[in-house]
Design a protein around this ligand. Structure first.
Ligand code: SF4
Length: 285
């Protein structure tokens, strides 16, 4: 795998449910085409040239050295660290990425810093070793459909939904906290599906985050977009209430909620380029 060096690693995220964040890989072999917001931003900033380059991840070779320097600096400000917003920490079929992620989790946990992890890959079973990785981390998967054909179309190189759930359930059964990001949830003109059935597969988790699909032409064109997402959010809230699951509905998903996640995924240096608006039609389905 190719490597890069970075000057900094830990940063304070603007995502509404996050705190500090780490992205220790540049690019992501999962190649989601919802589109992937992180990829679009990196292209707009000239950090990567195209989709093909995005699919060839590069590991941040000095990630652990950076952490050794940055943890003492930020330790007292950090509530938890999210892995990751602009890559995938357990990239499917990339053991080098998983190894580095495990080292990072271990390093953070050593300083009693809790990790909140999100993947479209598979969780390694070693995470149940709470002597090494701590017991307070939260492990999540993205899960928006039961239809594997839909997955192959929109998240072509990620793990199957079935395998993601299986690996998450394993961690849950071993007593670890688990969560699911049901986001970006597609509109019916992309796929007709029963949200209750999807939720039924993940009734064991501790937390569900639900959010709409943004930046997709077809989804935006869906006539009843506002009503649809509002009703879906109500379904998720009701499901979570019945199953005693913590819930967060992403800002702007329900009607009259005009709050927006501020600046997501990208470090201050990129934010300063003032390139938040996404209008690159070639990347939108
Ligand atoms: S898994 Fe996440 S970072 Fe990777 S391509 Fe998909 S949306 Fe982008």
């Amino acid at each position: 795998m190719k490597t890069i060096l970075r000057k900094t690693l830990l940063y304070k995220s603007g995502v509404e449910y996050a705190d500090f964040c780490i992205n220790h890989v540049e690019g992501c072999a999962h190649g989601c085409v919802f589109p992937c917001y992180a990829m679009v931003m990196k292209m707009r900033c000239g950090i990567i040239k195209n989709y093909k380059e995005w699919l060839q991840p590069k590991i941040v070779a000095n990630a652990l050295e950076l952490l050794d320097k940055e943890i003492p600096k930020y330790k007292h400000k950090i509530k938890f660290v999210h892995l990751c917003f602009s890559t995938d920490p357990f990239m499917y079929k990339y053991p080098e990425v998983a190894d580095l992620t495990l080292n990072i989790i271990e390093r953070l946990n050593k300083d009693n810093i809790r990790c909140v992890v999100l993947t479209k890959g598979i969780y390694p079973k070693v995470l149940v070793n709470t002597q090494k990785y701590g017991k307070d981390n939260e492990y999540g998967i993205t899960f928006v459909s039961l239809d594997e054909k839909f997955k192959r179309r929109f998240e072509p190189y990620s793990a199957s939904y079935k395998d993601r759930i299986k690996s998450l359930k394993y961690l849950h059964d071993k007593g670890l906290r688990t969560w699911v990001s049901v986001e970006p949830y597609p509109t019916p003109n992309l796929i007709k599906q029963d949200l209750k059935k999807i939720l039924g597969e993940i009734s064991f988790v501790d937390k569900i985050i639900f959010g709409k699909l943004n930046y997709n032409v077809k989804s935006t064109q869906f006539d009843s977009n506002g009503d649809f997402y509002h009703d879906c959010a109500e379904t998720v809230i009701e499901f979570c209430r019945e199953n005693n699951i913590e819930v967060h509905i992403k800002y702007g998903t329900q009607k009259k909620d005009i709050r927006k996640t501020e600046k997501i995924f990208i470090k201050k240096t990129i934010e300063n380029l003032n390139l938040i608006n996404i209008t690159q039609p070639a990347l939108l389905l």
